[in-house]
Design a binder for this molecule. Structure first.
Ligand code: HEC
Ligand code: HEC
Length: 305
């Protein structure tokens, strides 16, 4: 809301200049008949060329008046300062003042109404079945590119800290239900930091043990020292065999797939500082119907064409 002062200020400037323009046109056309021509000059001469003092052509004058009238109509429609204008658009079934935001809302709503039956049909289809529907997958891919690719990459192959969604190796589970749960409610991983518990040497030994789990080069003696500690500290989440636990999003440490990297340096960093990967919940952002289609798309990435 503008204060009265600024409202009056703006109106004075806008209407004042419009009226001034009108007066200027009247003044310039004064005493001249539109169809009269004259040999009287304005007194301006350039390189011997003189300017005749003829009236403005009639179409030209009409155009000037036209812009002034247009200005008033425009203000009437779109408003000025605190005056909102008379144009309205329909948002949530109600007529509201035109603003660019409201028009955008109205267009989005109109579009969503149009595609609602399509999404309703998708939502009623089980995810595994929907994953065979080419049209649904294309919609899913489009949704993925605009909502997920910033983190998981346009090809869904992920990056360090962002899981690859195409490899059928899952932190939280790859069934249609788990994928949809992941998308709807998000996931928060909690890998504790072990720096203080294990100390530098303990971390180094444990790193060797972790590398041994997936058959990477390692110092067998150090790994052996850490083995009992793994059973004590890590088993609860990663399992006695290190194969992980999808209930808490603990990765399988025996495969070649690393979320944060499998080099000695990267594993040490993970162990010393912990990791807290977070997948943001989509239920409130996208709604269940879009999440459902996205789940089918994600499911399709690692479950055949
Ligand atoms: C802000 C970054 C970010 C965005 C945006 C994001 N994700 Fe994630 N997502 C993550 C992270 C990080 C994880 C891993 C969480 C963890 O460490 O357990 C994850 C995990 C997942 C998983 C679980 C993978 C598994 O192995 O269990 C799926 C499925 C997934 N995301 C799909 C999506 C989809 C589909 C979208 C788009 C709607 C999306 N993500 C958007 C960051 C993101
Ligand atoms: C409370 C459960 C929990 C405990 C206990 C735990 N972890 Fe983890 N660990 C996780 C979770 C969850 C992740 C995934 C973190 C993420 O997604 O951000 C993880 C990730 C890791 C990773 C990274 C794997 C990758 O692919 O980059 C390593 C390595 C690891 N843990 C080793 C250990 C070791 C060794 C111990 C014991 C000293 C241990 N963890 C104890 C839950 C646990």
């Amino acid at each position: 809301m503008l204060s009265t002062f600024w409202q009056v200020w703006i109106m004075a400037i806008v209407f004042g200049s419009m009226i001034a323009c009108g007066l200027l046109i009247l003044y310039v056309s004064k005493g001249q008949r539109k169809d009269e021509t004259t040999s009287e000059t304005t007194g301006h001469t350039y390189d011997g060329i003189e300017e005749l003092n003829n009236p403005l052509p009639r179409w030209w004058v009409i155009m000037f008046w036209g812009t002034i009238v247009y200005g008033f109509l425009y203000i009437g429609a779109y408003g000025l300062g605190n005056f909102d204008g008379l144009l309205t658009v329909k948002v949530d079934g109600e007529d509201v003042t035109w603003t660019s935001t409201n028009q955008w809302k109205a267009e989005v709503q109109a579009f969503e109404e149009e595609i609602a039956p399509l999404y309703a049909g998708y939502l009623a289809t089980p995810i595994a079945e929907l994953a065979k529907n080419e049209d649904a997958l294309q919609t899913g891919q489009r949704l993925f590119k605009s909502n997920c690719s910033v983190c998981h990459g346009t090809n869904a192959m992920g990056a360090q800290g962002f899981p690859n969604l195409t490899d059928n190796d899952w932190l939280w589970g790859g069934t249609p239900e788990s994928i949809k749960h992941t998308l709807m409610y998000g996931r928060q991983a909690a890998m504790p930091a072990w720096g203080t518990t294990l100390g530098d040497e303990g971390i180094a030994d444990m790193t060797e043990y972790v590398r041994s789990l997936s058959g990477l080069d390692h110092d067998a003696e150090a790994a052996e020292k850490a083995a009992p500690k793994f059973q004590m500290l890590c088993m609860a989440c990663h399992g006695a065999d290190g194969k992980g636990n999808q209930l808490v999003g603990a990765p399988n440490l025996t495969d070649e797939i690393w979320l944060y990297g499998g080099s000695t340096k990267q594993i040490k960093f993970t162990l010393r500082n912990g990791r807290n990967g977070k997948m943001p919940a989509q239920a409130d952002i996208l709604g269940e119907d879009k999440v459902h289609v996205l789940s089918a798309y994600v499911y399709s990435l690692s479950n055949g064409e």
